[in-house]
Design a protein around this ligand. Sequence first.
Ligand code: NI
Length: 277
Amino acid sequence: MPQPTVSVTPEQVEFFRREGYLAVGGLSTPAELARTAAVYDRLFEERRGWEEGNAFDLAGTDDDAAAALPQILGPSRYAPELRDTLYWANAHQIARQLLGPECQMGGDHAILKPATHGAATPWHQDEAYWNPALDYHSLSVWVPLQDAPIANGCLWFIPRTHTLPVLPHHTVNHDPRIHALEVDPSPQFEALLAQAVACPLTAGAATFHYSRTFHYAGPNHTGGVRRAHILGFSTPATPRTDGRRFPWNETKQTAREARRREFEAAQRAAAAAEELA
Ligand code: NI
């Protein structure tokens, strides 16, 4: 496990807590990013996690042969070497500075924007995907495995939106078969949008954002693939007592969830058969 090499200054910690996001350079090296990109591409080529519902099209219904926005949940499950990277160690060290020393690694995921046609990731708050009955103190680290200019879909943020509650969201195109969420249009959100800032990065850098900071990634207009590995860190979640609900998740019916249920049923059947044998 590599030792972390990057930490942030008190000014950067203050910027993050005030603005809700932060870009930090030098988390990885060109050699490590090249190595990681090869692992990453293999996972997507093999569609690892498809059967268990962990690989899917974030912006589509999984009917199309070519996904517009392929995503893999928990890629480090399938390629544990992703955990032994310098950027992971650096991200964890910085997350401790930003959230507090008790913060732990949560899940990781990978979003690939294919060359020339990778779809936009709509404006959203990450917490809108999560369990509404819990209170979170969390951040995500977005690590592109190559340069991330505006043209290939770097992240955009709306500063200071981490202090808002989770605003109403809906599934993209109001299609319950699509996993991706988008914030509902409203005069409040239109006004916020005017303050959005792009956060282009050079390879090795990463952005950090709170679970409620509004963010978006544009489409990929370039001839190269845009790879991003996203790491989540949080302090232990606590139960909420206000009966908060996220109705946009209650009506979702994705193909990925159907695959997950089928996969888990098959596993239970296999375990039962083994017990009988
Ligand atoms: Ni997000």
